[in-house]
Structures are given as structure tokens and as C-alpha cells.
Design a protein around this ligand. Structure first.
Ligand code: AMP
Length: 515
């Protein structure tokens, strides 16, 4: 059983059902989707791709994303969906690390050829039309599925490590099947007439949620803008909804602001949205209270990470509605309870469970947990120990099993729902002539959650201004990672061991903000 079987089942059951929309325009029925994916599989196999080979997707949200995902799986391949906001150098590093020879791209994201590839297919080109031409008799299994075991790789998800080098999280068919099934139990039941809209990037959790919606034979909508425009999403909801979607807290805030500005009632909001799943970064309880007031009971929270995608805990619609519960406020500030397929433990550094209420590292065990990091046994051994995933997140469990995250892994910055590892930014800044020392931290920001701030110490006599620092970053990393603010300082605060005291830098920024 593999993820391909989910699509084949729907294509047999209801080939004519409108499955994929490009904005409000019909893009494919389930039968057409499966026939195109089968056609692609056939041609990729004919081109010499073998089971387990990697195929990169480097594009903005697009209806063909879904056809390429399932086509690659049909051919027994592993997909490597890459964040469309990454810099060319960063995606080339991933292509090399994954040893991928094929990539599907959109021309805005990859306007020039990427190093390391034999085939770079613009998803809107004539070549893509040919590759995705429907296979005749796909459902009669004229295009056999390359058999895959549940433990085989399906999705290689690159997440930046605290060491600054991205790591490929190996997700298997079983991992993703587990994620899909737990959606119905822990997040939201889905009926065939329900509709998911891909607002957040499909290279991440939002794209993974295609799986439960194929399981349920539901409808899939990709906004024509390929992005997150509140007016467009509300309008799509009125036309095709009510919609379900995954949204980082930043997106939730924009949707709620829009509803408020337009004077929409919660009944209006409910016409556009059935369910908004939020997660990926902390959501303040006060923000969620306002979101519930404005948009009504459409929210469900999840907590997970690339290493256990979308599956660790969930704070259900019912819990968010239970406002008379004596511990309601604490629950609102929590990330909810363990999702059905996993156990959650709060542990000390040795992995031993701590007593209830104690603060420690969050560990996860279950079938959603990754197989390991791609060709990186050292990092795998550090992260998967004694059958547990060490998430790097710190939190505590209460008597009812609600998990509250106290802090985030090390010094990770989460800006607009995207993870930014300070070390990556620091390493780039340090390559500029005249820069002696750098410390990058996150500063609280009402719009983005956090913004990147760099403290820079120059070499004696060097003349480097903010514009030069900014230009240097822009040339080497995704725009979203570059610092919004630079502080040129004489020295960095350090402890006795010479380690930079980032807590002190963050405290300075908070004090500056308050002043
Ligand atoms: P990623 O691997 O990119 O999905 O990032 C995962 C990290 O985001 C987790 O390890 C947490 O630190 C953070 N995170 C995910 N979901 C939540 C949530 N609901 N609340 C707070 N932080 C979260």
C-alpha cells in the first residue's frame, strides 16, 4: 500500500468528480488527475528514473504540484519539495545533497538553470504539457504502480539544522499515511464535498494536507495568485467553500484583520471557512481569543515538526470552544494533547520522563516519526534515541495531558511561520570582509511574530555600513532570512566560556522596544 493507491481509489470510484481547481476554474477531475500522474510516471520511467530516485519540486503553489507529487510516487520516486523562497545557492545545495537529476519548477522561482540537474522542467511549458499528457487506460492499470513498501521513502523534507546546514528529513509512505489518517481523528473529519485550499506553501505542511483530502475524495483548490491574499481566499470560500486550510499564525492574523476591516460577521466567515488549522509557530492566547471572536469556531491548532510532520499534539475545536472550563486560559496557551498515533513525553537530557508539570525536552514516539536524516547518521543518532524523537522543543505536560511549549529549540527564529536558523545567517555575514563577529537573534514583532536582527562587530579600522551587509545577505540567501535590522556594536556580551549571550541580546531588544 502506498500513497498512489489513495488516488487510484478515488479515480475508480468517481472519475468525473471535480477534484482540482485553479482559482474557481476546474483544473482536473479525479480521473484526469490520475491519468496525468500515470502519464508522467510512465515518461519518467522511460527517461530512466528508477525506484527511490529523487525529484525536486521548486515552485510556487500550482495545481500541477498535485499531479507531479502523485506522478512521482506512481513511478516509485521520492519527492523533494523545496521552499520556493530559498536562494538559488540554497536549492542547489539541496539538489546536490539529495542527488536529484530532475526538477519541476515555476519560472518566477527558478528563472535560470540550476546547477546539478539534467532536466529542469518549467511546469507551465510545452514540455510539461507533454510529460503530463494523460496516460490512456491508466485506471485499467496499463500504467503499473512501481511497488513501494510502507517503509520506503516518499518525501525528503529539507529542514535547516541548528548547525546551519539543511538536513533531509526522510518521510516514508507509512509516516504520511499515518499523518493523513490522524487528521480525521485529531484535527477534522472530511466529507467528499469538502474543499481544501492551498494558501501556505505546498512544499510544507499545507501540501502534506493534500493526503487526507485525497483519502476523503474531497476537492482541492489552488488560489490563482498562488499565494495568500485574504480577499481572494474569502472570495474563493464563497464560491467553492466553505474551505479548510492550513495557516501559520501570521496568516491567521491577516485573515482575522481582513474580516474585521470588512465588518464581516462570524456567520459570513463561516460561509468562507469550515476549518483553519494553525500551527508551525507560537500563537498567543490573546490573538486566538480575538480570532475566535471575529471568525467563530473554525480553528484547530496542531503542533508538529518536519521530523513528525503535522503530528505531535492538537488543540481541538471542542477544546477551543470550552470557555467555561476552569483551565481554559491555560489550554488556550497550550498546543493541546497528543495526537492519536503518538506518545508524548517530557524528559530530561537522558530521555527519562519527568514528573507532571516539570519543564523538559519534548519527545515523540509513533508511526509519524521520520526514518532519519538523509545520509546523516550522526544527526539521526542524536535525534532518534531509544525509539523517541528528540524534538529540541521545551515544554511541560499538565495533569490532563495538555502540552505547553515553554521555549523553542535553541535559538531558532520563526518569522511569518518560516524557520530561520541564526547560524545560517551568521555564517553568511561572517564571509564579508571587515566583519569580525556576528550574533543573530529574533526580536518580537506584532506582524511577523519575530524578525531577524543582527548584532555585528567590525574588525578594527573596517568601514562597513548596513547597506553593504544587506547587499551581501541578499546575494546569498532567501530574502526572508535576511536581517530586518542591524546593530553595529563594539563587542558582544559573552559568558566565561566565551559563548555569546543571546538571551542578553534579546533582552536588549525587548528593552529597546519598550523604551
Ligand atoms: P518545522 O520543522 O519547520 O515544521 O518547524 C517545527 C517547529 O516549529 C517545532 O519544533 C516548534 O518549535 C515550532 N512549532 C510548530 N508548531 C507549533 C505550535 N503549534 N506552537 C508553537 N510552536 C510550534
Amino acid at each position: 500500500m502506498s500513497l498512489v493507491d489513495l488516488l487510484i481509489r478515488q479515480a475508480r470510484l468517481k472519475p468525473d468528480f471535480a477534484a482540482v481547481f485553479n482559482g474557481t476554474a476546474l483544473h482536473a477531475s479525479y480521473g484526469q488527475w490520475a491519468a496525468r500522474s500515470a502519464g508522467l510516471a510512465q515518461r519518467l520511467q522511460a527517461a530512466g528514473l528508477r525506484s527511490g530516485d529523487r525529484v525536486v519540486l521548486f515552485m510556487h503553489n500550482h495545481p500541477r504540484y498535485l499531479e507531479v507529487l502523485w506522478g512521482a510516487w506512481w513511478a516509485g520516486l521520492v519527492v523533494v519539495p523545496v521552499n520556493a523562497k530559498l536562494h538559488t545557492r540554497e536549492v542547489e545545495w539541496i539538489i546536490d545533497n539529495a542527488q536529484a537529476r530532475w526538477a519541476f519548477v515555476t519560472s518566477d522561482v527558478a528563472p535560470t538553470p540550476l546547477a546539478g540537474l539534467d532536466h529542469q522542467v518549467d511546469i507551465e511549458s510545452r514540455q510539461a504539457d507533454q510529460l503530463l499528457a494523460p496516460a490512456p487506460d491508466a485506471m485499467a492499470m496499463a500504467v503499473p504502480v512501481r511497488a513501494r513498501e510502507p517503509g520506503d521513502l516518499a518525501w525528503l523534507f529539507y529542514t535547516s539544522g541548528t548547525t546551519g546546514r539543511p538536513k533531509g528529513v526522510m518521510l516514508t509512505h507509512r509516516n504520511l499515511m499515518t499523518m493523513g489518517l490522524s487528521y480525521f481523528v485529531d484535527v477534522d473529519p472530511v466529507a467528499p464535498q469538502d474543499t481544501i485550499v492551498y494558501a501556505a506553501p505546498m512544499s510544507h505542511g499545507a501540501g502534506l494536507y493534500a493526503i487526507p483530502h485525497v483519502m476523503a475524495g474531497a476537492r482541492h483548490v489552488v488560489p490563482a495568485s498562488g499565494g495568500v491574499e485574504p480577499a481572494e481566499l474569502f472570495a474563493l470560500g464563497r464560491a467553492l467553500g466553505p474551505l479548510s486550510t492550513f495557516a501559520a499564525p501570521t496568516i491567521v492574523r491577516r485573515l482575522v484583520d481582513y474580516a474585521q476591516q470588512q465588518g464581516l460577521s462570524s456567520a459570513d466567515a463561516a460561509r468562507s471557512f469550515k476549518t483553519i488549522v494553525y500551527g508551525g509557530a507560537p500563537m498567543y492566547a490573546a490573538d486566538m481569543a480575538r480570532a475566535l471572536r471575529v471568525m467563530g469556531p473554525v480553528f484547530v491548532q496542531i503542533y508538529g515538526q518536519g521530523e513528525t510532520p503535522m503530528v505531535a499534539t492538537a488543540l481541538s475545536r471542542a477544546h477551543l470552544a470550552d470557555s467555561t472550563h476552569p483551565r481554559y486560559l491555560a489550554r488556550m496557551a497550550s498546543v493541546g494533547v497528543a495526537q492519536t498515533p503518538v506518545l508524548i513525553r517530557v524528559a530530561n537530557a537522558d530521555g527519562q520522563a519527568l514528573p507532571m508539570g516539570a519543564v523538559g525536552e519534548v519527545l515523540v514516539q509513533g508511526d509519524s516519526v521520520m526514518a532519519g536524516y538523509w545520509r546523516n547518521p550522526e544527526a539521526t543518532d542524536q535525534t532518534l534515541r531509544d525509539g523517541w524523537l528528540f524534538t529540541g522543543d521545551v515544554g511541560s505536560l499538565d495533569e490532563d495531558g495538555f502540552l505547553t511549549l515553554k521555549d523553542r529549540s535553541k535559538d531558532l527564529i520563526i518569522s511569518g511561520g518560516s524557520n530561520i536558523y541564526p547560524r545560517e545567517v551568521e555564517e553568511v555575514l561572517l564571509t564579508l570582509d571587515g566583519v569580525a563577529e556576528v550574533a543573530v537573534v529574533g526580536a518580537p514583532d506584532t506582524e511577523w511574530g519575530e524578525v531577524v536582527v543582527a548584532f555585528v562587530v567590525l574588525q578594527a579600522g573596517a568601514v562597513v555600513d548596513t547597506a553593504a551587509l544587506d547587499a551581501h545577505c541578499l546575494a546569498q540567501m532567501g530574502r526572508f532570512k535576511r536581517p530586518k535590522l542591524y546593530h553595529l556594536v563594539a563587542e558582544l556580551p559573552k559568558n566565561n566560556y566565551g559563548k555569546v549571550l543571546k538571551t542578553e541580546l534579546r533582552a536588549r531588544l525587548v528593552a529597546d522596544n519598550a523604551a
